[in-house]
Design a protein around this ligand. Sequence first.
Ligand code: MG
Ligand code: MG
Length: 249
Amino acid sequence: MIILKTGKELALMAKAGRITAEALQAGIKAAKPGVSTWELNRIVHDTITSRGATPSFLGLYGFPAAACISVNEELIHGIPDKKHVLKEGDIVSIDCGACIGGYHGDSAFTVAVGETTPEVGKLLEVTQECLRRGIAAALAGNRLGDIGSAVQTYAESFGYGVVREYVGHGVGRKMHEDPEVPNYGKAGRGVRLMPGMTIAIEPMINMKGEGVYTLDNDWTVVTESGLPCAHFEHTIAITDNGPVILTQC
Ligand code: MG
Ligand code: MG
């Protein structure tokens, strides 16, 4: 069931979204060679709690940290680890959420650690543009397939693989609500978008191929190709005046 939010609820979601964005930016800013993924998680965690919010991911389905931190061929659900130290040329995705007043935000960003190759830089640029295009398609009266189609068409025009097994989702009082928001699909198909819907749009794009699998730790999802992948995400509200990004500061 898709839960439409009132104006009052959207204001609370904007607050949760702003804290999520502040935490994400703090983590991204700290992503330098020599820093561990555990340290990035600590920064995200402390930023969220210092704003009086709680980390949405901590304990969600049993996840052990405030942020999912995924490096290179890791797509999502990477577990922060003191022993995993970032090195020059890595790319790192941070995905986090904050809850305040009973509502959640959810956002992710992938950044290069120091200098990366032009090929990997392009993947990041295109995936971020996929997110922008997906958001631009999130207009009241459009359909879910318009979002997926916008993301898929752009990513595939560069020969990249669009991950099928993981998708975006509704967000609100729960971190994961209906509907599912795939990064692929056909324009004009699927659920009609309505004002008051709040969804996380999150393109997950592989350098090559669509395939992914989960490591033995039962969390970390990696590409079948072993090649890098990227993940960008915003929580947005669909309004009569167009899409509003909630996870920004
Ligand atoms: Mg997320
Ligand atoms: Mg999400």
